[in-house]
Write a protein that binds this ligand. Structure first.
Ligand code: SF4
Length: 422
């Protein structure tokens, strides 16, 4: 087994350096060729060979999913010998945590795959307004004591959280190539496996445990919501996404997440939505709509030429009929492109009578794409038009903007660097 440190790359030119995150954390990691313990068959074979009792196998699984451990040496309910044997035979994570970038509201994690690609996941911390207020006053207090800025940016157990969401990637890059999305500019390398998707969640839970410790009631904080909104189009990688969801919702040998705490965000892959109906997977569905008519949608999302708006809306209606789930429509606010008042009226007409909620997402600017974000007044006016027509609307809090981990920005550094070198 060899070890080698990997370093976060900030880019060479000044333009990129201004935009890119200013701090990175170096992680030492291990590159292994061991088999994955996440495949139940591997663990069963090992148990047979080593004459392990079923309760021992159960303990190992609990150490991973319930106790949120990603190193065998930390599994203190197991004997030292067993921990050593497991360590010699298995890996837990199928991807290697490489970089961690933190801000107050989110943490972006860069992982390396075994075939040397980079993917990203983002932990999002949600707090109530009241808690945000208390943080502000705390920051003020620390400033007045002349402590350094580092004291202001670290989350701690004294700052209670409402909930923790993990935004996971489902592919390396994305084949859909929406014009406003940085990930789309990467192209597609390959689908992520079930274990690679699950590993993002395992690492996030371990990170949260290490960072916050136990709660007062001695339970552990953990990710409670998973959104497939990272790199990739989840419904193109349907089978692996489905298998990962099975583990997310499993009570034993899984994360015990509620089905309604998992959201699949899709650009509108009709066969994938139809398959969700057939397989009876009642997770939440978010549709990246981004335009209320076929012409504009085709301009922004080439996939709309294949899966037209009419057919998409009909398929969504079928999904709502069987799941009775409200659909979240993602709508990006791009200056002079998607933010015109007449488009708000069209959007309201399109969603009239449908079980719908609209998320308006302020466009996140980046140097590789020549689009601009809408101003706040325009976004509010757009929202007002929708609300007056009876549509419920949220303006998405652009959590993650500072770390380039907000919507459409995963893979930012790769693209920004490429753009800079051109
Ligand atoms: S917005 Fe989603 S579907 Fe479109 S290119 Fe980006 S990652 Fe792919």
């Amino acid at each position: 087994m060899s070890t080698r440190p990997l370093y976060y790359f900030l880019g060479k030119c000044q333009k990129v350096r201004q935009e890119a995150p200013q701090a990175g954390e170096i992680l030492i990691h291990y590159i292994t060729m061991k088999q994955s313990i996440l495949n139940p068959n591997n663990l069963q074979t090992f148990a047979k060979e080593h004459k392990l009792q079923p309760f021992r196998v159960k303990q190992i699984i609990q150490e991973i999913y319930d106790n949120q451990n990603i190193r065998f040496e930390d599994m203190t309910t197991l004997s030292k010998d067993l921990r050593q044997q497991l360590d010699e035979n298995f890996e837990i994570l199928s991807i290697i945590p490489e970089t961690i970038l933190e801000s107050e509201d989110n943490i972006k994690i860069g992982f390396k795959t075994h075939d040397n690609f980079t993917i990203e996941a983002v932990i999002l911390f949600h707090r109530s307004k009241h808690e945000k207020e208390s943080i502000k006053s705390k920051v003020h207090k620390v400033e007045s004591q002349n402590k350094g800025p580092d004291d202001l940016t670290t989350l701690g157990p004294d700052r209670p959280l409402n909930r923790i969401t993990l935004c996971v990637s489902s592919q390396i890059g994305c084949p859909v190539n929406c014009v406003f999305c940085v990930t789309g500019k990467l192209g597609i390398k390959r689908d992520l496996t079930r274990n690679e998707i699950i590993s993002q969640l395992l690492f996030a839970n371990n990170f949260i445990k290490t960072k916050f410790g136990k709660k007062d009631d001695q339970t552990l904080r953990a990710v409670r919501n998973v959104v497939f909104m990272g790199m990739g189009e989840p419904l193109i990688n349907y089978q692996n996404v489905k298998k990962s969801i099975e583990i997310m919702i499993a009570q034993a040998g899984g994360f015990s997440l509620g089905k309604r705490h998992i959201t699949i965000s899709t650009a509108g892959i009709i066969p994938g939505i139809e398959q969700l109906i057939k397989d009876d997977i009642p997770v939440k569905l978010a549709i990246s709509l981004h335009a209320p008519n076929q012409k504009l949608r085709e301009e922004l999302m080439p996939i709309a030429k294949v899966y037209t708006l009419d057919k998409l809306m009909k398929t969504i209606d079928d999904y709502v009929k069987v799941s009775d789930n409200r659909i979240f429509y993602e709508y990006i606010m791009i200056k002079n492109k998607t933010d015109k008042p007449e488009l708000a009226t069209q959007l309201a007409d399109l969603l009239h009578g449908r079980l719908a909620h609209v998320n308006l997402i302020p466009y996140n600017m980046n140097p590789a794409i020549k689009l601009e974000e809408s101003d706040e007044r325009t976004i509010r006016a757009f929202k007002d038009i929708l609300e007056k027509k009876g549509i419920t609307v949220t303006i998405r809090d652009s959590l993650g903007r500072d770390l380039k981990s907000a919507c459409g920005q995963l893979g930012y550094e790769k693209i920004a660097n490429r753009h800079c070198e051109e």
